[in-house]
Design a protein around this ligand. Sequence first.
Ligand code: HEM
Length: 398
Amino acid sequence: MDALAAMQALATAEGRTDPYPWYERLRAAGPVLALGEGFYVVTGYQQADRVLRDPSFLATDAAVLDRTLPGWRASAAWRWLGRTMLWRNPPDHGRLRRLAGSAFTARRTAQLRPDVVRLVDGLIDGMAGPDPVDFMDAFAFPLPVAVICALLGVPESDRDWFRPRAHDLTLALEVFAGDPDSMGRADTAAVELEDYFVGLLAHRRAHPGDDMLSDLLAAGAAGQIGGAEMVAHLALLLVAGFETTTNLLGNGLAALLARPDLTAELRAHPELAGAYVEEMLRYDPPVQATSRHAGQDLALDGVPLPAGAEVMVLLAAAARDPGRYARPDRFDPHRDPVPSLSFGAGAHYCLGAPLARLEAQVAFPLLLRRLPGLRLAGPALRRDRLGFRGFAALPIIA
Ligand code: HEM
């Protein structure tokens, strides 16, 4: 099977459910693959790391989109993305990132630990009992949502309204984004979330508080961020907090419960939580891919890339690169601490990484300590997504 056929397999429901064999075939074909006119796929760790760190590779900003996707402004979801830091380059990227940065530093995040412990304990209280519960609904979703809502100053009571919209909005970020049904749903979600945040900002302007919404309004008054940018920025932070940490918790628990030796070890040694969470991130990354565009004519691992070329970076393929990780298909929290690219790298390195790590590092040891009989209660159901990999349902007996 050639690389193109493996790529096509990834676009099927079967490929999305278990993409790792297809990543392996792609990697076997080469760390950098030319798969179409101006389209390249990177599967090797070193090469992925270079693309993410080298400023000659640009994020997909409005100038790039004008060249590569004329008409993109007709999509509310792409307009939203184009205003966020994720899809911006210097100097706007740095300006927007600095505005959020102070709330997400390792030090500020560490101060949230007692709140996270309290939230985790409360959710475990709600799950404990003889009946099966869905871990995704009962724990993996509510925990990150409660944390990010508190940080942003967004009412947690609106979370069930957000949930389907956050899901739909991120369809615009999917690996094979662009089909009319998905984009229609993403566009509707973008418009509804935009309206929501416009209303929330207006309310907060009248009633300032000690949260990021109020800080952003102050930055807006000082001319550091525009009104439409502010709305996009808030929607990004909300969605980034929803669709990723939830899947780290679900993917991580599934990996753990599949191996009684691991469950027993982490239960006996909660101090290993840091290493376990890093391995969970590597083994089954919640964000499987991202992309960049060549800002000029470049060569990557000997493959010439013309200016403007689109480069899909398969983070999850790089995470199983045998040149970087011995026995990459095995979950091994004791491997040499090798950083993975699961939070990205370089200028766009995940802003929420300290927060996601904190939540997972608190959650797993507490779940194991407080729930001695924790086990799977039935078959887990994967979501039909490739880019944001997770479970639709993960039944457990707590
Ligand atoms: C396990 C959980 C998470 C994973 C796996 C994850 C993954 C990633 C990755 C791979 C990127 C880089 C994308 C690129 O380079 O194109 C990224 C960027 C980002 N993440 Fe996360 N993320 C997680 C949680 C969070 C949380 C909780 C937040 C915060 C609310 C957050 C906010 C962001 C933001 C704002 C960016 C864009 C940074 C920039 O463009 O400079 N993420 N994330």
